[in-house]
Design a protein around this ligand. Structure first.
Ligand SMILES: [Mg+2]
Length: 341
């Protein structure tokens, strides 16, 4: 008979899961009351946390346990990337029903460990607790050179707004998972679903941006471009304008949108979970920053708008028309993206 989580008990379960992760070379590691870590002189410590809840952030019908584990760590890595840091150690808290199969939880840990290994992170502790549904919390530590961080509040009116990679694919992937379209080309579907399930944190890009004197505000896009721009504008006390025709949409995203009869710009603006970096740069340095990101990381970067004086508010420009950026929904030409649940 298949083993269940409840068969092992808390300590048995943790012992079993900890065999799936690499050991860190730290003063006190897995299995004691607390992990003991060293802090390097001249460095700042970064800490972030994020929780994934079943049926809110993931569905077992759509994502394997491995994918849920990978993504849970990747979204935390994206926050460290936005600060320009290097991730170091992670703690994993797991709430699961005792009836859940042990192999599901082990696969979850394998996904966590795969992501950790890929990005140089060690899992140094964890907790498990019985609960009615699955809930996974990651606490991630990182570090950066003292003084070298960029926050959401470092934008200045007159800066241009840039974004790494592409937008809208994760929203397209979520749409395909929740309501598959028969007309959707399989290759496009596979690509956008992968973007939704396995995001890539922009860690090298974030470090490069934090080190560049012409870069202002930086944020990672977990909740859509519109929300990212809103956050930078709020924290930097500026206005902003998004040039919707400049948004980087992959061909696959456009193909999925066509199959669904939807506007891919809505996914880019409101869909969320792209985990790209949105940042502001002084206009005179834009070419140099783009070139540096391309050379060091091979990452394309697109200029997608600008920061304005605060009285300008938040605007979206399309076909020469400027309209206020909608908060949740949208009235004229852009529909709000869907969310889970
Ligand atoms: Mg973030």
């Amino acid at each position: 008979m298949e083993k269940r989580v409840g068969d092992l008990g808390e300590f048995g379960l943790l012992d079993r899961l900890f065999t799936l992760v690499r050991r860190a070379e730290i003063p006190v590691g897995l299995g004691d009351d607390a992990a003991v870590l060293t802090v390097s002189p001249g460095r700042w410590l970064l800490v972030t946390t994020d929780t994934l809840v079943e049926e809110v952030h993931f569905r077992r019908a759509w994502a394997s346990a491995w994918q849920v584990g990978y993504k849970a760590l990747a979204v935390n890595l994206s926050d460290i990337a936005a600060m320009g840091g290097t991730p170091t150690y992670a703690l994993i808290s797991l709430a699961v029903p005792g009836s859940l199969s042990l192999s599901w939880v082990e696969d979850l840990y394998r996904g966590l460990e795969a992501c950790a290994a890929q990005w140089g992170v060690r899992i140094v502790g964890g907790d498990t607790v019985a609960a009615a549904s699955i809930c996974l919390t990651v606490v991630l530590l990182g570090e950066c050179e003292a003084g070298r961080v960029r926050t959401r509040g470092d934008g200045r009116a007159g800066d241009l707004l840039l974004v790494t990679g592409e937008l809208g694919a994760a929203g397209a992937g979520l749409e395909e998972l929740s309501a598959p379209a028969a007309a959707c080309p399989p290759a496009a579907r596979a690509r956008v679903v992968a973007r939704h399930l396995l995001p890539t944190p922009r860690l090298a890009e974030g470090r490069l941006l934090a080190a560049h004197p012409a870069v202002g505000a930086v944020i990672d896009l977990s909740d859509g471009l519109a929300q990212g721009v809103r956050e930078i504008a709020r924290a930097s006390a500026v206005g902003a304008e998004i040039w919707s025709e400049s948004l980087p949409l992959a061909l696959a995203t456009k193909e999925v949108a066509a199959a669904h009869g939807q506007d891919p710009l809505a996914w880019a603006l409101y869909g969320g979970e792209d985990y790209e970096l949105l940042f502001s740069v002084r206009p005179s340095a834009v070419a140099a920053v783009r070139e540096e990101l391309d050379r060091a990381c091979g990452t394309p970067v697109r200029v997608i708008g600008c920061l304005l004086p605060p009285e300008a508010g938040l605007l979206v420009e399309r076909a020469g028309e400027r309209v206020p950026l909608a908060r949740g929904g949208y009235d004229h030409f852009l529909q709000p993206g869907k969310n889970y649940g």
